[in-house]
Design a binder for this molecule. Structure first.
Ligand SMILES: [Fe+2]
Length: 301
């Protein structure tokens, strides 16, 4: 049975049908991997994977980045539902973390080793809204004017989850959750060359701040102007989820964000993150003023 790869009407993304992710032969996997490099976001409707099947699928792309203290927990819930079944209130720490995801970002840019890919599947979806949206940073780089390209070549930004959450009024203490660490804020170039395709892409998003050589105001303005320019049609795709859908995306060249929904309804997603390659995704760090201490490390654990 042959799979069908249908490009989405945007500069990124394709819908893949006619295959079962849990039962791919070598040729099908090769086609999926090739499509991943070409389209950067792949949507697989109606897969209904178990936790283990999702982890096995993500593991084809590389090592799993462990997001929870339990090393056996490789697929984590992203949800506003509490263990007792009720929904989180607006003032809860975890809810504020979810709201943070509504800003354009790339996963784990605030860790020493940024992520390669992320897999997300829908378990319970609200009756409306709650999409996930992606933006193509390769096409955004291509669309920049020559002056901007020159200006940003050689510039880097620090990345910090403390910083991005503080921006939405959420001051978080070291140790409160994944990402609130003492390893320092990684310094990452604004332009990332994709390790496989060699295409340059903007590497920005809400975790980025503090461009060395620019004052805070200039740095903020440049970073927000770049996101505003980059994250607009035809470079964006928003997916309206159905339970059972699976999406995998390339964090090295796309930004993503969660879209709002009626937070009195339950939304449960399952997330598995694929670690970057230390050869291309490991960055030097500097002291993060918001962290309790600075203990440099090249490990995310
Ligand atoms: Fe994310």
């Amino acid at each position: 049975m042959g799979s069908t790869i249908t490009p989405i009407d945007a500069t990124l993304g394709a819908v893949v049908t006619g295959l079962e992710l849990a039962r791919m032969d070598a040729a099908t996997w090769k086609a999926v991997e090739q499509a991943f490099h070409e389209h950067a976001v792949l949507v697989f409707p109606g897969q209904d994977l178990t936790d283990d099947e999702q982890v096995a699928f993500a593991s084809r792309f590389g090592d799993i980045e462990l997001l929870a203290p339990d090393p056996e927990l490789k697929a984590v819930a992203i949800s506003n539902r509490k263990p007792d079944g009720s929904v989180m209130g607006a003032e809860e720490h975890r809810f504020k973390a979810l709201r943070g995801n509504e800003g354009w970002h790339t996963d784990s840019s605030y860790m020493p080793l940024s992520a390669k890919a992320s897999a997300l599947s829908a378990q319970v979806v609200p009756s409306a809204d709650g999409e996930t949206e992606w933006a193509d940073m390769r096409a955004a780089y291509d669309a920049l004017d020559e002056g901007t390209r020159k200006r940003i070549s050689g510039l880097s930004a620090h990345h910090s989850l403390y910083h991005s959450q503080a921006r939405i009024g959420h001051e978080v203490e070291t140790g409160a959750g994944y990402g609130y660490h003492t390893k320092g804020a990684p310094l990452r170039p604004l332009v990332k060359v994709h390790p496989v395709t060699r295409r340059p892409a903007l590497y920005i998003g809400r975790h980025a701040y503090g461009i060395p050589g620019l004052d805070d105001t200039e740095s903020e303005k440049l970073l927000s102007d770049l996101v505003d320019f980059a994250c607009r049609p035809p470079r964006t795709y928003a997916h309206r989820w159905q339970p059972g859908d699976v999406v995998i995306w390339d964090n090295r060249c796309v930004l993503h964000r969660a879209r709002p929904y009626n937070y009195s309804e339950v939304r449960v997603m399952r997330h598995t993150r694929v670690a970057g390659d230390p050869a291309t995704e490991l960055a030097p760090t500097h002291r993060d003023e918001r962290a309790r201490a600075y203990e440099p490390s090249t490990s995310n654990r």
